[in-house]
Design a protein around this ligand. Structure first.
Ligand code: COA
Length: 198
């Protein structure tokens, strides 16, 4: 098993894991083609980093982070907005989906200004690797990358219904900060992780 920073060629495999393992999440509704673009943009952005776990030349899990998510979305819209619109065209015509896209782009506005800017955006591993310690190994790789970037603390926003992810964050020492509603009818928790306290 190798834990390493993702490279551009990994974006499709990362997108496929996201789609499969977070299948109830809103971003998964946008499809693997769009998610591949999003992850490609993250891998290439100075603002983001993705740590992957690879076994037998296959990605089996990933964890993504951002120094400033609002800035990254602005950068993404500038560089990939037109291409994404074409990929998403049939979905954008659906009012509910369009509303959720806009809510996602603006979600930082709903988060307490006292929260750290840096953020763990997503962690996921293939089902067969859950409970094996792989996610903790990926998380430790992620912490190594936060240190290289001078990040002292970061937040994560996690859907209330993702009980295993909530258990994972609490096990690792994340502290509950507050609750937030990004999309109507679904509550999320904001947790903070203090890198410097280790
Ligand atoms: C989140 C995820 C990466 C965690 O990896 P994992 O290998 O499952 O995590 P672990 O087994 O190491 O830890 C989960 C912990 O949560 C707790 N837990 C397990 N099942 C739980 C449940 N149903 N409800 C609450 N807590 C639970 C346990 O304390 C467990 O740790 P322990 O068994 O060592 O005591 C993985 O479950 C996953 O990919 N989930 C789908 C994607 C996802 O929801 N991502 C979060 C979006 S930000």
């Amino acid at each position: 098993m190798e834990i390493k920073l993702a490279s551009k060629n990994d974006s499709r495999e990362i997108a496929a894991i996201h789609q499969q393992e977070i299948n109830q999440g809103f971003l998964s509704q946008l499809g693997v083609r769009f998610l591949s673009k999003l992850y490609e943009a993250m891998i290439l952005s100075e603002n983001c980093f993705i740590v992957v776990a690879e076994e037998n030349n296959q990605i089996v899990g990933f964890i993504s982070g951002c120094l400033n998510t609002e800035e990254f979305y602005r950068e993404f819209l500038k560089k990939y907005g037109y291409g994404s619109m074409i990929i998403l065209l049939p979905k954008i015509l659906n009012f509910t989906i369009l509303k959720k896209i806009l809510e996602t782009l603006r979600y930082s506005k709903k988060i307490d200004k006292n929260c750290p800017e840096a953020e763990l955006l997503t962690i996921a591993c293939k089902k067969e690797f859950r409970g094996t310690g792989l996610s903790t190994d990926m998380f430790n790789g992620f912490i190594g990358e936060t240190r290289k970037r001078g990040i002292k603390e970061f937040k994560v926003v996690v859907g209330e219904e993702l009980s295993r992810a909530v258990g994972f964050y609490e096990k690792l020492g994340f502290k509950l900060h507050s609750n937030v509603t990004i999309h109507k009818g679904s509550s999320s928790r904001i947790y903070i992780y203090n890198v410097s306290s280790l």
